[in-house]
Design a protein around this ligand. Sequence first.
Ligand SMILES: Nc1ncnc2c1ncn2[C@@H]1O[C@H](COP(=O)(O)OP(=O)(O)OP(=O)(O)O)[C@@H](O)[C@H]1O
Ligand SMILES: [Mg+2]
Length: 310
Amino acid sequence: MQPIVSIKNLCKTYKSGHQALKNINLDIQDGEIIALLGPNGAGKTTLISAICGIISTTSGSVTVNGYDTVKQYRKTRGLIGLVPQELTLGAFEKVQSTMAFSRGLFGKKPNTAYLEQLLKDLSLWEKRDAALMMLSGGMKRRVLIGKALAHEPRVLFLDEPTAGVDVELRKDMWKLVSKLRDSGVTIILTTHYIEEAEEIADRVGVINNGELLLVEDKAHLMDKLGRKQLCIELRQSVSEIPDSLSSYQLELSDSGTHLTYTYDVKSTRTGITSLLQAVNAAGLQLKDLQTSQSSLEEIFVNLVSEDQAQ
Ligand SMILES: Nc1ncnc2c1ncn2[C@@H]1O[C@H](COP(=O)(O)OP(=O)(O)OP(=O)(O)O)[C@@H](O)[C@H]1O
Ligand SMILES: [Mg+2]
């Protein structure tokens, strides 16, 4: 199947000389939700702006549904909805009319039923005649989403959709995103919140210093890079780790009552069986065992810090 968005060898150097995107290659499939994670200044907004065709690029190309975002800008722009990172709304405009106006900008015929449903989905129906300056920050953000969806785009870009939004509203936003996906919209979002990517994305891309370090299926990423830890609680404390266990690189903690073993989830032999036998042979008695797996957050922090160290 042809990807809905295809990015090839994309580079962007700003006039200041700053290289904000370095040879980005990425295909996005129709209907998926992809989260771009990266620290401040990584290049996320630049990448989104380049895909949307609202900034010029230095080299490479982007297509949306097969159309080139530079040569066929009007076609691609109509397929895209963009919710920018910064709140950009006039103060006196009204909720419903600003959304209807946005739709008109794309040359779409008015569709009252569609707009009504959209307002309801965004929990803005009650506020449809309110002036934008009367709304809270979270409501304004929902109006921006409404504006971006008013012309029924196939691809929606959400640049930090939940920055500065409270926990409840963030969860509402996640529900909305999954509802939109059910309606067939492809969603590309940027976020600093790892839990957000973990919660709603099908694939996760990590971007740092203008480079796309990886793009992986979320579950696969956790499997591939996730480390597991086995914590062994002992009946009696030990003052040091017995020599016979030195090859396992255990960590001793909690005043000598806990031994922690870190192993690779992806390796076929985890070494757990032999470790437990060796613990037994060393005369140590087990009280309890616990395993834990590293979160996407730890994976992300490791990736970015490894990249910075290079
Ligand atoms: N118009 C511009 N001119 C020059 N440099 C720019 C411009 N816009 C962005 N940059 C630089 O490009 C880099 C990437 O910026 P970008 O806004 O894409 O980052 P980001 O990942 O979206 O960050 P954040 O998480 O803070 O939103 C930064 O170093 C930034 O200073
Ligand atoms: Mg940004």
